[in-house]
Design a protein around this ligand. Structure first.
Ligand code: C2O
Ligand code: CU
Length: 544
C-alpha cells in the first residue's frame, strides 16, 4: 500500500470528509495535455511540483484533454445532514446552496457551487415512510431549485422551476414523505447543465427497515461519481462553448460539447480525484453508486473483485445479478447498489475503472479511466456471502390501458430558431452565430410541447424510440417504471427505475402506473446539455 494512504476500517459509517486541501495534498501533479501518464510514483510529483505547475498554468495554457492524478487518500464520505426534529419518523434539516472553493487538484483551487458549500453536498438519510422537511436557502448569485431525483414526491415539491425558481437570497421549505427505499440524489432543475457541473448535487439514502437480514450488517459506502471540465489552472471551464479553443476550430468544439454533452477531463468520487478505498477481504461491502455527471456514461469494472448488483434506481432487485467482465453500465442520473466481495484472486492493489462505452460520435474510442485505487487487506472468506435468492418481490405491472410512442431526435438549427429553455443564446437572430444543436421529443422542443396524458391508476406503456445515432438516458419524474420486453422479447430489466439508457437507434419499453399525484410531470434526457436544449417533455396525469 502506498505510504501516503491512511487506513481506516471500511465499515466506519459515513464519517465527515477531511478538509479538501488535506485530501488533495498528496495527489500528484496534472498530467501533460496529451494525457500521458507521468509515472506511478506519487512522490515524483508531490504538492510542490503541482504548485509550480499551477503558477505556470497561465490563461494561455491549453485545457488538458485528460487529467489522471495518482492515488490519493482514502475516499471521503459525505457528511450526514443533521436532523433537528426529535420525532423518529420526521427528518427536519437545513440546507444552503452557496459559492465555495474546492481543491480537486492540489494547489489549484476551483470555484464551485455546493450544498452547504460542499461537493457533493451532505447526505440526506431517512427511513421509508419518514416525513422529510428541508429548509432550503439559496445563497447563490442566481435562481435555483431542488429536484429530488427518483423520490415520488408531490408535484409542488418536485423542484421543477415555477416562476423561475427560488431567487438569490430566497428560501423554500421542501416537505414530503419518502415512500420508497433506495439510493437517490438531489440537484437543481434550473440551468441544470451549469448548476450540476458547478457542484450542486448530493446523495439520498432511504433505508428499508424490513430488508433481508444478510444486507443489514454490511459495511456501506456511497460513491457519488462525477467528472468536471477544468482548465490547466484548476478553474472550471466556462459555459460559453462558442469560444472554445479546440484543434478542430471553435464551431467544432462548440458542437461537440453540446452534441455529446459536457464531458469532464477529471473524474471525481465524492468530490475527490482518484481516492483510495481500502477493503478488508473478509468483509463484503455494499456500495451505493450515483452517476451525477452531466453526460458521461460509466461502465464500471473492478478487476479481481466479485461484483453483484443488488439494487437499481429505486430499491432492491428481485434477485441479485452478478456483474460480468463487461462491467456495470451507469448512465447519467442512474443509481445502482453493488455487493463488493473479495475472492482468492483479489490482488492487494487494483482499481475501480470506467471502461470506454460507445454512445455514439466516436465515444467508444476513448481510453479507460481510473476512478479509484482499491486496496485489499486481510483474507478472503471461504465462501461468498449467502444472499437470499429473493431480495424483494415485485409484481409486474399488468397490460397497459394507455400507450404512447416518444421519439427522441436531434437536429442542427440555424440561429434564430429554437433555443430550448436554456439561455444558450441561440435564439438571437444573429446571422453570424454558430449553428446550434437542438434536441427534440416527438419533434418538439421544450417548453413548446404537447403533453402526453395518463390517468391515475391506469397502467401506461411508452415506447421510447431513439431516432438518433447517439444514446440518451431517459428520465421520468415523479413515478418509477418497469422496463418491459420489446416486440423481439428482449430488453426487459428487473427492478424499478427512473433513468434508463436508450441506445442510438434503440427503443426502450417502459410501464408505469401513476398513483394519486395528478398534474404535469416532466420526462427528459439526463444528458443535461440535451435537456436544457429542448429534450424535455410533459405528461399530464389526470385524476379519476
Ligand atoms: Cu435528475 Cu429532471 O432530473
Ligand atoms: Cu440526450
Amino acid at each position: 500500500m502506498p505510504a501516503h494512504t491512511r487506513r481506516r476500517p471500511p465499515s466506519m459509517p459515513l464519517p465527515r470528509r477531511p478538509a479538501l486541501a488535506a485530501r488533495s495534498a498528496s495527489l500528484i501533479a496534472l498530467l501533460s495535455a496529451c494525457g500521458e501518464h507521468t509515472g506511478d510514483d506519487p512522490h515524483a510529483h508531490g504538492p510542490d511540483a503541482a504548485r509550480a505547475d499551477a503558477a505556470s498554468a497561465g490563461p494561455e495554457t491549453p485545457r488538458p484533454a485528460h487529467i489522471e492524478p495518482g492515488p490519493g487518500p482514502e475516499l471521503p464520505q459525505p457528511p450526514l445532514l443533521v436532523d433537528r426534529d426529535p420525532a423518529p419518523d420526521v427528518l427536519d434539516v437545513e440546507l444552503t446552496a452557496r459559492e465555495a472553493t474546492a481543491e480537486y487538484l492540489p494547489g489549484r483551487p476551483t470555484a464551485v457551487w455546493g450544498y452547504d458549500g460542499q461537493v457533493p453536498g451532505p447526505l440526506l438519510r431517512a427511513r421509508r415512510g419518514d416525513r422529510v422537511i428541508v429548509r432550503f436557502r439559496n445563497d447563490l448569485p442566481t435562481a435555483t431549485t431542488i429536484h429530488w431525483h427518483g423520490l415520488r414526491v408531490p408535484l409542488e415539491m418536485d423542484g421543477v422551476p415555477v416562476a423561475g425558481g427560488i431567487a438569490p437570497g430566497g428560501a423554500f421549505v421542501y416537505d414530503f414523505v419518502v415512500p420508497d427505499a433506495g439510493t437517490f440524489w438531489f440537484h437543481p432543475h434550473v440551468r441544470s447543465d451549469e448548476q450540476v457541473e458547478r457542484g450542486l448535487y448530493a446523495p439520498i439514502i432511504v433505508d428499508d427497515p424490513d430488508e433481508p437480514a444478510a444486507l443489514t450488517g454490511l459495511a456501506e459506502r456511497v460513491l457519488v461519481l462525477d467528472d468536471v471540465l477544468l482548465e490547466a489552472d484548476g478553474t472550471l471551464a466556462d459555459f460559453d462553448y462558442a469560444d472554445d479553443d479546440a484543434p478542430l476550430g471553435a464551431h467544432a468544439a462548440h458542437m461537440g460539447t453540446v452534441m455529446l454533452g459536457r464531458q469532464g477531463n477529471l473524474l471525481l468520487v465524492n468530490g475527490a480525484a482518484h481516492p483510495t478505498l481500502t477493503l478488508d477481504r473478509g468483509r463484503p461491502e455494499r456500495w451505493r453508486l450515483i452517476n451525477a455527471a452531466n453526460a458521461r456514461y460509466l461502465r464500471l469494472v473492478a478487476p479481481g473483485w466479485r461484483l453483484t448488483r443488488i439494487a437499481g434506481d429505486a430499491g432492491l432487485l428481485p434477485a441479485p445479478e452478478p456483474v460480468d467482465d463487461g462491467g456495470l453500465l451507469l448512465v447519467p442520473g442512474a443509481r445502482a447498489e453493488l455487493l463488493v466481495e473479495a475472492t482468492d484472486a483479489t490482488p492487494a492493489t487494483s482499481t475501480l475503472t470506467a471502461l470506454p462505452h460507445d454512445r455514439g460520435h466516436g465515444t467508444g474510442d476513448a481510453p479507460a479511466v481510473v476512478l479509484a485505487t482499491l486496496n485489499a487487506t486481510g483474507r478472503a472468506p471461504e465462501a461468498p456471502l449467502a444472499l437470499p435468492q429473493g431480495l424483494r418481490s415485485i409484481d409486474p405491472l399488468g397490460p397497459p390501458a394507455t400507450r404512447a410512442t416518444l421519439v427522441l431526435s436531434e437536429k442542427v438549427a440555424s440561429p434564430g430558431g429554437h433555443a430550448g429553455h436554456g439561455d444558450s443564446g441561440a435564439a438571437t437572430g444573429d446571422e453570424t452565430a454558430a449553428p446550434e444543436p437542438v434536441f427534440l421529443i416527438n419533434d418538439e422542443v421544450f417548453p413548446d410541447v404537447t403533453p402526453l396524458t395518463a390517468a391515475v391508476g391506469d397502467v401506461v406503456e411508452w415506447a421510447v424510440v431513439n431516432d438518433s445515432e447517439m444514446s440518451h438516458p431517459f428520465h421520468l419524474h415523479g413515478f418509477s417504471f418497469q422496463v418491459v420486453p420489446g416486440d423481439d422479447g428482449a430488453g426487459a430489466l428487473a427492478g424499478w427505475y427512473d433513468t434508463v439508457d436508450v441506445p442510438g437507434k434503440g427503443t426502450l419499453h417502459l410501464r408505469f402506473q401513476p398513483d394519486d399525484r395528478p398534474g404535469l410531470w416532466m420526462y427528459h434526457c439526463h444528458i443535461l446539455e440535451h435537456a436544457e436544449r429542448g429534450m424535455i417533455g410533459l405528461v399530464d396525469v389526470t385524476a379519476r
